[in-house]
Design a protein around this ligand. Structure first.
Ligand code: GTQ
Length: 358
């Protein structure tokens, strides 16, 4: 006798049969692709990240309070992490990037250590602090962009009279994803200074390179401090003399002068000036970006599907535009914006996409 049920009956029992099947394979650490396929390969990026704004006026009192609660030495790094509201508990501002605001007070030292995570510092407030990388110190001023290359010893200190705050941008979530993070503490609080301040900039920052260039930091830029004064002047002149891009205003990317590529293998950095009266066109791109407002005021509109966010921003505010969110910048009086993203990784993998809309 044929025991095969007719097709209609097979369908009727499918629900229960599938459930039993899923449970059986689950016990063996397997799961059916067909239940998750759509989510695994979405038609377009479906980031959980949300656009978010951190107003400096709200953040600063907490930063200063942290300065009364713990020393830089005890904290090792006294930082308030900027967490994406959709990624709370993960120390991440996007799926791939970490951002935080670090405070150092006069006389303090943040002790020497090194890690495989690359770091950028963007100076937000105060003068007179320094960061030391591989035997050379650089004094920080607002708007300076400073690099700590992967696996280089670094310590921070403050010889000045005022609190100094900078934005830390690191590839921490990326290295966590790859399980490729290593770190160690230095044997002294401050590393010995072996080179005069400014040596790196003279060697690598004058559109020239030593004849026998040796890439001291591998794929990372040999310039470890890009002073704001120079960047500001370039943007200012270009605003007056060159065409203004309808999406970006006047936007430049920082480079590794030896390669023309990004200053760090995992993170790209940018500075842009929006002229007074700028009303930018909308764009979206796969690399989510973190912004630090340097000068002036403006606003950004971020949209995804039916949701729209508008953030009014001023000096020292920070905001994040997640992957594949449409964004549009405006400024009545003109402004200067620093930003960083994981663009070089998208580029290396051949997955970067950008749309300039109108
Ligand atoms: O200054 O070395 O915000 O190691 C997070 C981890 C800063 C730093 C951070 C770090 C540092």
């Amino acid at each position: 006798m044929d025991m095969t049920p007719p097709p209609s009956q097979a369908c009727a029992t499918n629900g229960a049969a599938r459930k039993a099947f899923y449970e059986a394979i689950a016990a063996r650490n397997m799961t059916p692709l067909w239940e998750v396929l759509h989510a695994l390969v979405p038609p377009q990026p479906a980031t959980p990240c949300l656009p978010s704004l951190w107003r400096y006026g709200e953040v600063r009192p907490y930063l200063m309070e942290s300065g009364r609660l713990i020393t830089a030495e005890e904290a090792v790094r006294r930082v308030l992490i900027l967490e994406n509201p959709a990624l709370r508990g993960q120390s991440a501002i996007t799926q791939s990037l970490y951002a935080g605001l670090q405070l150092i007070l006069p006389g303090e030292i943040a002790p020497s250590h090194r890690h495989t995570q690359s770091a950028l510092r963007f100076v937000v407030e105060g003068r007179g602090a320094y960061t030391a990388v591989d035997g050379e110190r650089t004094t920080m001023s607002p708007g300076d962009f400073i690099i700590t290359p992967s696996w280089t010893w670094h310590d921070h200190g403050c010889d000045g009279q005022e609190p100094v705050v900078w934005l830390d941008g690191l590839d921490i979530p990326m290295l966590r994803f790859f399980d490729a993070g290593f770190a160690e503490n230095g044997s002294t609080q401050s590393q010995p200074v072996t080179r005069a301040e400014g040596t790196s900039y003279q060697r690598y920052g004058a559109n020239m390179l030593p004849v026998r260039y040796d890439a001291p930091f591998g794929q990372t830029s040999p310039i470890f401090s890009y002073p704001y004064e120079r960047t500001r002047e370039a943007l200012h002149q270009l605003e007056r003399q060159a065409p203004i891009d309808a999406w970006d205003g006047v936007k430049l990317r920082y480079v590794n002068p030896a390669t023309g590529g990004s200053p760090m293998p995992t993170m790209a950095t940018f500075m842009q000036r929006l002229p007074a009266g700028f009303a930018g066109q909308p764009w979206r791109q796969t690399d989510g970006a973190v912004f630090s407002v340097v000068e002036g005021h403006g606003n950004v509109t971020v949209a995804r599907d039916e949701q729209v966010w508008t953030f009014e921003f001023g000096p020292r505010d920070h905001f994040v535009i997640p992957s594949w969110h449409t964004a549009q910048l405006r400024s009545a009086q003109g402004c200067v914006l620093f930003s960083f993203s994981d663009h070089p990784v998208h580029q290396a993998l051949g997955i970067h996409r950008e749309e300039r809309l109108s």
